[in-house]
Ligand binder design. Sequence first.
Ligand code: PMV
Length: 339
Amino acid sequence: MSTTLDVSRRAAAQAQPNIALIKYWGKRDLRLNLPVVGSLSITLDTLWTRTEVRFDDALSADTMTLNGKVDAKQLKRTSACLDLLRARAGVTSRAEVISENNFPTGAGLASSASGFAAMIMAGDAALGLKLTPAEQSVLARRCSGSAARSIFGGYVEWAHGQQADGEDSVATPLLEASAWPLSVAVAITSTAEKAIGSTVGMNRTADTSPYQQAWIDSQDADLAEARAAIAARDFERLADISEHSCLKMHALALAAKPGLLYWNAATVAAMHCVRSLRAKGVPVFFTIDAGPQLKAVCLPSAAAAVAAALREVPGVLNVVETGLGGPARLIAVADLAAA
Ligand code: PMV
């Protein structure tokens, strides 16, 4: 009598994007994906990536499907991420990865953060590795820096780290979402994929921007200020330091050669809209990543007014409202099929 081994191992996970309030920009080690600066973020709630990973010895190559379409462009990064899990588990099996985003991919909405956090968590479970959240964060960081933060919910800090092997460049949760619930309105001004990805942008900045050293030198003070604002639940203080960090990151990147301009006209109009709301006493500030979307962060009492004002801004296509969310988590494989 012959026995058939079940060589198929699968699991699914959900992770949400995070938005950095104190920005990460620049790598000190390309292979290990180590940052030149620490960063601090908030994890979102209603935007998500759901990913199923299935390792199967019968497969001859990894496959990646995103939103129902084979994604050849993401396959190299996906395989590199799966290789980290395979190395941990000591297996060579190829995997099928099926992923769904409920928001635009590659347009500055941190789809790589939620995507790789979900993939690491699902792959960990599929292979039975039983990694701790900190270990998952380290592996997610190797795939996409900001993914290190999406393993955790609420307010999260990703440490610069000191070790050459990067094992201490890991994210840690600072405060749960429910301890200081903020609202976020994402003003979508374009659904096109960005022309220059963050790695290319960061490397060009490091090579050519005259402000790179000043950026590195001033980051620890910004992080300390944001930490203190969060500990004191001081919205004005968090607003000031977050807008400063955002504008400083863009100034740094704008000064690269050639300059990196991630904003469009609607992004700038939305910045003015948020500034004028704040001048009228509305508790809101903006932040913008390597793309044209503006994220307005506000106290929940102001959420409806902020979203309504952003909807009136010429060129704003849509406003997505969300709160702060929890950590990445395993989900039933059937939940992904139902998505
Ligand atoms: O880790 P990446 O490649 O998604 O880079 C993220 C860069 C920013 O979004 C601009 C800043 C940040 O800290 O998330």
